[in-house]
Write a protein that binds this ligand. Structure first.
Ligand code: UD1
Length: 447
């Protein structure tokens, strides 16, 4: 297998992955923009939706067991709809009804995930492991790069290869064959959420035991593991850096409820903090957002966590912060951009380093248009806090960068117009409506 070629070295696809146009967006909301009038502290209670990054692998995992799966609390997002379309392409029947997603994988009759879908959401690659495990064949488009960097999938491919899958890159597609996947000992020097999920899923039906050393422990991974166990998988060490998966002959369909979205919850905390508001984040798991709570407390927020909710009161002006992104339980890269918006108005100089994605800074020039003073040196941003930002037209570039612009707009003087918000719709359910319910002056318009 040629793992190196076409993975690490693949060229940037400008229209790929987190930055991609949501499929269907062209038809439904081609040119939506947000108009935000800054200056109102947020107040009230906001419900958190199900976790996108937990729902996506769990939806793919449904391929492992023929039958009807019921997934509850699935967020209604462009990305979950894309995964539904990928599964439908494979022959599954998928129904979405009020956050309940029914996936019938009895009649799966294709093993091809086409480029048109995969390029819009790299997590489509999650179907690769389950297809190989259940059908011993797969043809899945390589996802390509993303807005902030190449985002390789070599660890996914190397892991499956170690388990006996013969994988080739053929005209942009990963083509896989395996008679029967077999357990393997896999070591990851870099912690990868995606590769851990991919290998875990494939290993459930392999013969023998697969050990992943250096496994990810993100809540999305432990959630996937719990779902797989509920399907009949045998997994030890979930939530630790060494996970062992003992292959079984078959899995059963399940009925499960997706955990709350920790990044959405943390984004609302940051929104309350930046506006100096008082907000209760409802239906969340406070433990999953501990790293963000710590940083916001350091910034001067008053935060109280209950069993399923967190209440925050923002300071008049946040204190400057030093943040390094790290794998869970460290500070999440998916909150880096939003915290940079907060630091833009902090009292003093903040330093933010992204150690996970070294190029994830497309929000910097857009925040600068709102008056933020940020200098970038490789993967470290130095942010000199200003007293106030000013509204301006800006452009959303990926899911979390878009959220950062929304946060900045909520405190900017005057009006901010954020274009290309289909990025937001990929990862935040009804963000504009939830913010409006908290008192934000925010309106969605057609451009
Ligand atoms: C997932 C999340 C994404 C989040 C990221 C890091 C989903 C759908 N997406 O992405 O929102 O920002 O975790 O928390 O859950 N790497 C390799 N080779 C690989 C795979 C990854 O070198 O084969 C590197 C990446 O370049 C990165 C690091 O590993 O530096 C972590 O990436 P990974 O955890 O795999 O991210 P995703 O699963 O793609």
């Amino acid at each position: 297998m040629d793992v190196g070629a076409g993975t690490h070295t693949q060229p940037h696809a400008p229209h790929a992955t987190e930055s991609a146009r949501a499929p269907g967006a062209k038809k439904t909301q081609p040119m939506d923009a947000l108009i935000i009038e800054g200056g109102r502290p947020l107040a009230g209670r906001v419900p958190i939706s199900g976790a996108k990054n937990a729902a996506l692998p769990v939806m793919a995992a449904a391929l492992l067991a023929p039958g009807e799966h019921v997934l509850r609390n699935v967020p209604s997002l462009a990305d979950t709809r894309t995964m539904a379309r990928v599964l439908e392409k494979l022959g599954a029947r998928v129904e979405f009804n009020d956050h309940v997603c029914r996936i019938d994988t009895t009649r799966v009759n294709s093993v091809e995930a086409p480029y048109d879908l995969v390029r819009t959401m790299r997590a489509s690659i999650y179907v690769l492991g389950p297809l190989l495990a259940r059908f011993a064949a797969a043809r899945v488009s390589l996802p390509g790069g993303c807005a902030w960097g190449p985002r390789p999938v070599n660890l996914h491919l190397e892991g499956l290869n170690a388990m006996g899958a013969a994988l080739d890159i053929d005209h942009g597609y990963i083509v896989g064959k395996s008679v029967k996947l077999a357990g393997a000992h896999i070591r990851h020097e870099t912690v990868s959420v995606g590769a851990t999920a991919q290998i875990m899923m494939a290993a459930t039906l392999a013969s023998g035991t697969t050990i992943i050393e250096g496994a990810a422990v993100e809540p999305d991974i432990t959630e996937l593991g719990r779902v797989l166990i509920a399907c009949g998988a045998r997994i030890d060490g979930l939530g630790t850096r060494t996970v062992s998966i003992h292959g079984v002959e078959r899995l059963q369909p399940i009925d499960c409820t997706i955990i709350p979205d920790r990044i959405e919850a943390a984004t609302f905390l940051a929104a309350a903090a930046i506006t100096g508001g008082s907000v209760t984040i409802d239906h969340c798991d406070p433990e999953h957002i501990a790293a963000t709570i710590d940083k916001l407390t350091e910034a001067g927020c008053d935060i109280h966590a209950g069993p399923r909710e967190v209440t925050i009161s923002g300071p008049v002006r946040p204190a400057a912060l030093k943040i390094d992104t790290q794998p869970y339980p460290g500070f999440p890269t998916d909150m880096q951009a939003q915290m940079m918006a907060l630091c833009s108005v902090a009292d003093g100089t903040s330093i933010i380093t992204d150690t996970i994605y070294l190029d994830r800074f497309t929000h910097v020039p857009e925040l600068a248009r709102l008056g933020a003073r940020i200098t970038l040196d490789q993967n470290t941003a130095t942010i000199d806090g200003v007293e106030r930002l000013q509204g301006a037209p800006v452009m959303a570039t990926d899911i979390r960068a878009s959220a950062a612009l929304v946060l900045a707009a909520l405190v900017a003087q005057g009006t901010t117009r954020i274009s290309r918000i289909y990025h937001l719709d990929r990862g935040y359910e009804a963000l504009d409506q939830k913010l409006a319910a908290l008192g934000a002056r925010i309106e969605r318009i057609k451009e």
